[in-house]
Design a protein around this ligand. Structure first.
Ligand code: KG4
Ligand code: ZN
Length: 344
């Protein structure tokens, strides 16, 4: 069963062909980093214009690399939310047009479900149940996953997402957008114990996150640091990046372990752009191993936004008979709890 997955939720135009919910035939991602870089963040209007320019060639390229034509498709899966409205509309309306013209089943996908299921594109896959941490530019959430389409939300960020904090701190430090990769690179040459930035653990058993206090603390620190720069050479920009990254990792690892304690799950899946972070991967793997837990990470190209993860989610929903009609609309907010539960 060949599924075309389309994702235009934010600033990447992506299309992929996946067979039987696991075998990758192609995955094409057109990033808009150069468009948004000068602004230090995604400019929604520019993002939708770029999607309009890119969607047709990106889908054509995905089919061509997979050596498939429209007639070979058994389903079209499109992200309908959460995300930027103008961006989502481009992918959904192109998907609708293709489904109508080629008489192919269409299915509407929640972007977060895509991130959670991206691990099933890998050889080594977890068994259910597992705890999933989705950490991206727009989301930081924990779920207890008991099957395909069976997600129990455990906690989420009360303010900024972890990736958003990376992007904002990168902007404060003048590193440009997207910030995660730049901070990680700079942090490699810094000392992670140099500055004790605050870690919001919230109440004792809370599985929610909060990163806005940390971001503000870094902003205030950098303001003072810039005033005395040149006088005190003992703190470098790399130390600020490393200390900030360490605080984020501390919080993420603490909450994942709390989620494991609460649910009794024996496996952990980490997905979303921030899951590319080497520091996070190393620390979580070490902590999990000490407790006999296994951690699964999709390869970086499946951590950041991609159409392949949408095709995986689409495969399982189409198998369960789910279809989207031509009235389907996009949803800027789309909690995973709103998804119809799939039978085990
Ligand atoms: O999943 P994604 O591509 O898009 C969203 O759904 O938001 O995630 C993008 C986010 C950005 O905030 C980016 O700074 C962050 O993931 N990111 C990283 C790394 N690579 C990407 N954060 C930390 N370390 C990285 N290596
Ligand atoms: Zn994403």
């Amino acid at each position: 069963m060949n599924i075309l997955g389309i994702d235009t939720s934010c600033d990447d135009t992506s299309a992929a062909i996946v067979a039987d919910g696991k075998k990758l035939l192609s995955n094409v991602v057109n990033t808009q980093i150069e468009v948004h870089h000068p602004y230090g963040g995604v400019v929604p209007e520019l993002a939708s214009r770029e999607h309009i320019r890119n969607i047709v060639p990106v889908v054509a390229e995905a089919l061509s690399r997979a050596k498939r034509g429209f007639k070979d498709l058994d389903g079209i899966a499109v992200t309908v939310g959460p995300g930027l409205i103008g961006s989502l509309l481009v992918g959904l309306y192109y998907g609708k047009a293709l489904a109508y013209v080629h008489q192919t089943p269409l299915v509407a996908i929640n972007h977060l479900e895509g991130h959670i299921l991206s691990i099933f594109l890998e050889e080594d896959t977890p068994s259910f149940p597992f705890v999933a941490l989705t950490v991206s530019g727009g989301h930081t959430s924990l779920y207890h996953v008991s099957g395909f389409g069976r997600y129990e939300p455990l906690g989420q960020t009360l303010d900024d997402a972890a990736g958003e904090a990376f992007d904002k701190v990168a902007k404060i430090l003048g590193l440009g957008y997207p910030g995660g990769v730049a901070i990680e690179k700079l942090a490699c040459s810094g000392s992670r114990d140099k500055i004790d930035f605050p870690r919001a653990t919230l109440s004792r058993d809370s599985l929610d996150f909060s990163f806005s206090g940390l971001k503000t603390a870094v902003a205030l620190y950098v303001e003072k640091w810039r005033e005395v720069e040149g006088v005190h050479h003992d703190v470098e920009m790399a130390d600020i990046a490393a200390s900030f990254q360490e605080a984020v990792i501390d919080i993420l690892v603490l909450k994942v372990m709390r989620a494991v304690d609460k649910t009794g799950a024996e496996s952990i899946v980490v997905a979303g752009g921030v899951a590319c972070n080497r520091g996070l991967r190393d620390r979580l793997t070490t902590c999990a191993a000490e407790r006999g837990l296994a951690v699964y990470y999709p390869r970086p190209q499946f951590c950041t936004d991609n159409g392949a993860m949408i095709a995986v989610a689409g495969y399982h929903r189409i198998l369960h008979g789910e279809r989207a009609d031509l009235d389907t609309d996009v949803r800027s907010r789309f909690p995973i709890a709103d998804l119809p539960l799939l039978a085990p």
